[in-house]
Design a protein around this ligand. Structure first.
Ligand code: ATP
Length: 236
């Protein structure tokens, strides 16, 4: 379980987050929607300990406070980030990229078991384990990025714009992949531009406006909300 309360982030004089709070339980997908500049990436980065701004508030994983701790310790506490743009190494193989995800001492000891778990969840990655990452499709590369984050055996996975740059068909595959990860018992915190598809699979969603959470509801409720349709679903 991830619990965030009263999160404030400033970049110099600019206040990007003003007391944001949210909860993600294991086995649920939670999406954060917000306009450009609302603070979505800042929220994910601050939670995962990789934000450049000055951060205050409370971030707990399984009841343990992680705010201000170095990123590798946060990963060891069970929170892993799939960064925007995937960040995979194009000239390395799928297996090498996955293995890099097990970089902390604890994860390294369990790397073989973790690899087997990831391959079981994503059989395609096992098939392609010797393939050089840059020759994979965009959707497959995103799967590698998710698989790599899962190498630390996290309880919670945070994903920044995972559908960015994917074709509609690959987007559909990606959202299926996210469903598979949830069904494996992880909690997913998702920042997405693709509001329609992410709300369709989300258990809950939060709306972030000017650094504040202004609404929380189920994915289904948000999908049929006229204000959400107007702002995030092209008025449909
Ligand atoms: P987008 O959807 O456009 O990616 P976002 O909701 O993810 O937007 P953030 O990237 O979190 O928004 O940015 C929130 C605000 O903080 C913006 O005004 C942005 O310019 C500012 N900001 C983000 N990162 C930094 C930084 N490293 N230094 C200074 N200001 C920053």
């Amino acid at each position: 379980m991830l619990e965030v309360a009263g999160l404030h982030v400033s970049y110099g004089k600019h206040r990007a987050l003003e007391g944001a709070g949210l909860v993600v339980a294991k086995g649920e997908i939670v999406v954060i929607l917000g306009a450009n500049g609302a603070g979505k990436s800042t929220l994910l980065k601050a939670i995962c300990g990789v934000c450049e701004g000055s951060v205050a508030g409370s971030v707990r994983v399984e009841g343990r406070d992680i705010l201000g701790r170095p990123p590798h310790e946060i990963v060891d506490e069970g929170l892993a980030l799939v960064p925007e743009g995937r960040g995979i190494f194009p000239d390395m193989t799928v297996a090498e990229n996955l293995t890099l995800g097990a970089y902390s001492d604890r994860a390294r000891d369990e790397a073989q078991a973790s690899l087997e778990r990831v391959f079981k969840l994503f059989p395609k990655l096992r098939e392609r384990r010797r393939q050089v990452a840059r020759t994979m499709s965009g959707g497959e590369q995103q799967m590698v990025a998710i698989g790599r984050a899962m190498m630390s055996n996290p309880a919670i996975l945070a994903l920044d714009e995972p559908s960015l740059g994917l074709s509609p068909i690959l987007c559909k595959e990606l959202f299926q992949t996210l469903g598979t990860v949830r069904d494996a018992g992880l909690g997913l915190l998702l920042v997405e531009q693709n509001a329609r598809q992410s709300l369709a699979i989300a258990d809950r969603g939060y709306l972030l406006e000017n650094g504040e959470i202004v609404r929380e509801a189920t994915g289904a409720e948000l999908l049929k909300d006229p204000a959400v349709q107007e702002a995030y679903l092209g008025g449909a």
